[in-house]
Ligand binder design. Structure first.
Ligand SMILES: *[C@@H]1O[C@H](CO)[C@@H](O)[C@H](O)[C@H]1NC(C)=O
Ligand SMILES: *[C@@H]1O[C@H](CO)[C@@H](O)[C@H](O)[C@H]1NC(C)=O
Ligand SMILES: *[C@@H]1O[C@H](CO)[C@@H](O)[C@H](O)[C@H]1NC(C)=O
Ligand SMILES: *[C@@H]1O[C@H](CO)[C@@H](O)[C@H](O)[C@H]1NC(C)=O
Ligand SMILES: *[C@@H]1O[C@H](CO)[C@@H](O)[C@H](O)[C@H]1NC(C)=O
Ligand SMILES: *[C@@H]1O[C@H](CO)[C@@H](O)[C@H](O)[C@H]1NC(C)=O
Ligand SMILES: *[C@@H]1O[C@H](CO)[C@@H](O)[C@H](O)[C@H]1NC(C)=O
Ligand SMILES: *[C@@H]1O[C@H](CO)[C@@H](O)[C@H](O)[C@H]1NC(C)=O
Ligand SMILES: *[C@@H]1O[C@H](CO)[C@@H](O)[C@H](O)[C@H]1NC(C)=O
Length: 461
């Protein structure tokens, strides 16, 4: 069945103003209940915050950089009525993201969860030795109306979702609805206070400890209901990847129209140990954490969506390639990320920064633009490294999640090579993938391989 949504008819401004007291995502320092998070770029001027203030709460603003106490956001399970404000940019006065900026990125990006918006925290890990072994956990704050792959019969917008895949191809998948969720920002450098996300009553939570130069995150699952107990950890020295990288003064968080995205941990050394209904899975491999959000339903935005991440040789890669619904020009929205030995060498949303194309031998499996139901055998990736040439890679593997038609998640091998030749040579025909097929293989970098996880959403009929 095609995922569908009812778009909400706009409600009158007057009526909405009467509903402001129902604003849901509250923010507090310690035990004080304060106003919801400001979505302003500047923490100084916050006129929006006045409107967003919960009249029942104290008036201390929850934006302070003056206070080093971590903020605690509380998200109730009930869908809210009202206009949700989304953050789609952030102030980046220096080229390096501060620890405070990272905290903001990992916080809720919407002022409330109404029936047409979504915000979630995504974590995965894939085994280096056998990429059929994976664990994925997503902490959703969304209705099924906004993201139709969520269960339609649950009243809570707080869904903790788990997927575990084993080397024999078995995939375990289940979820638990939460009664309340809390997201606590990590303390700034040196405070030793960890960030926490806790979908209460589910047994699903995460903690993160950030310094200027490193991030350590642990995702924990302890559910009698699902008969699952375990955790996986992510250790990384990479700073978060934003859709277009960190740009002067203000950085965008919008990877495509109405789609917010921040790859908080673009790649990490991961370690998993989890027992699912009596079967224990232990492995090491690349791990990843991002979050994405939107101020409208997923199906109102997306025609096609390719995303993935992986490790090959000394390279860490993240790709995103997207076509918007009802865009006859088929403009490609992309985001490219490549780090080599922990140093970022590409982070861009320029159209020619990365090319992602389906591969497949049968029928329509590899057509582009794709249509719903197309099932590629894999993808070809071409990352533009500027003067360093191109990183060209292929991914192929096994399905680990999805509905088999509109949505797929796979895990498998990524193989790649570095090709010499500056990208300028290819600009003459940047609309054509063949252009990047030129150049010669750099001989001192042999064929590289590793593990990856990737996804496809195709909603275009
Ligand atoms: C929810 O918030 C979004 C984003 O501001 C808005 O477009 C939409 O109309 C809101 N939905 C409802 C039911 O008020
Ligand atoms: C940043 O976001 C705010 C609202 O959240 C908006 O008013 C402002 O125009 C945006 N700035 C840029 C440069 O996009
Ligand atoms: C919703 O449906 C699933 C199975 O389809 C079931 O396991 C779950 O208990 C249901 N939840 C509610 C609240 O009825
Ligand atoms: C999450 O909340 C539960 C209580 O609902 C608590 O027992 C647990 O320790 C919390 N987890 C974390 C990581 O703080
Ligand atoms: C960033 O801000 C500085 C100082 O206000 C200004 O000189 C510079 O032109 C701005 N850069 C951009 C790209 O807006
Ligand atoms: C595959 O492995 C899982 C986990 O060990 C196990 O539960 C399942 O029965 C196995 N399936 C087959 C077909 O062997
Ligand atoms: C958005 O959500 C998907 C689905 O959970 C996730 O796998 C992905 O990492 C997120 N980001 C992007 C840009 O696709
Ligand atoms: C990455 O680092 C390792 C060990 O420090 C080194 O052997 C290797 O040559 C480096 N690779 C690249 C591409 O710089
Ligand atoms: C990717 O696959 C194509 C065939 O589809 C092959 O020609 C190419 O050599 C492969 N490249 C890598 C890096 O594996």
């Amino acid at each position: 069945m095609r995922p569908s949504t009812q778009l909400q008819s706009p409600t009158g401004v007057w009526f909405l103003s009467q509903l402001i007291h129902m604003l849901s995502i509250t923010c507090a320092y310690g035990t004080h209940i304060n106003a919801p998070p400001s979505l302003k770029v500047s923490s100084e001027s916050a006129p929006e915050l006045e409107t967003l203030s919960n009249p029942e709460s104290k008036s201390t603003l929850c934006t302070g950089t003056a206070s080093r106490d971590p903020k605690i956001f509380t998200i109730p399970p009930k869908v809210q009525n009202g206009v949700a404000d989304a953050r789609f940019n952030m102030s980046t006065p220096t080229p390096q993201l501060s620890v405070e900026s990272v905290s903001i990125l990992d916080a809720p990006q919407l002022s409330m969860i109404n029936s047409s918006v979504f915000d979630w925290w995504y974590f995965d890990i894939v085994s280096t030795n056998d990429p059929r072994e994976t664990v994925t956990v997503t902490f959703f704050t969304s209705t099924a109306n906004a993201f139709p792959w969520l269960p339609t019969n649950e009243s809570s917008v707080l869904i903790a979702y788990l997927w575990v895949s084993f080397s024999n191809g078995t995939v375990f998948e289940d979820y638990v609805p939460a009664t309340i969720a809390t997201v606590q920002e990590p303390g700034t450098d040196g405070t030793g206070i960890s960030g926490v996300g806790n979908w209460s009553s589910t047994g699903f939570s995460w903690t993160s400890t950030n310094t200027d130069s490193s991030r350590y995150t642990k995702v924990m699952v302890s559910s009698d209901k699902l008969q699952v107990l375990g955790e996986f950890s992510l250790t990384s020295t990479l700073e978060p990847h934003l859709p277009c990288g960190v740009t002067a003064n203000i950085s965008t968080l919008e990877v495509a129209p109405h789609v917010g995205w921040a790859a908080l941990v673009p790649d990490a050394a991961g370690s998993a140990d989890i027992t699912v209904v009596g079967s224990r899975l232990q492995f090491q491999g690349p791990a990843y954490h991002d979050k994405n959000w939107s101020d409208r339903p997923f199906v109102a935005s997306v025609s096609s969506w390719y995303w993935g991440h992986g490790q090959l040789g000394s390279y860490s890669v993240v790709w995103f390639s997207y076509l918007a619904l009802n865009d006859p020009q088929h403009r490609e929205y992309v985001s490219s990320y490549v780090a080599r030995n922990g140093t970022v060498i590409a982070s861009s949303c320029q159209t020619d920064s990365v090319r992602v194309r389906p591969i497949g031998s049968s029928g329509t499996s590899a057509r582009y633009p794709p249509k719903a139901g197309d099932v590629p055998d894999g993808f070809h990736l071409a990352f533009n490294l500027g003067a360093d040439g191109w990183l060209r890679a292929n991914v192929s593997g096994t399905r680990i999640a999805g509905d088999g038609e509109y949505y797929f998640r796979w895990a498998g091998h990524i193989t790649g090579e570095i090709y010499e030749g500056s990208s300028a040579a290819n600009e003459q025909d940047s609309s054509c993938l063949q252009a990047s097929e030129g150049g010669s293989i750099v001989t001192d970098e042999p064929m590289m391989s590793g593990s990856a996880i990737w996804e496809q959403f195709v909603l275009e009929e």
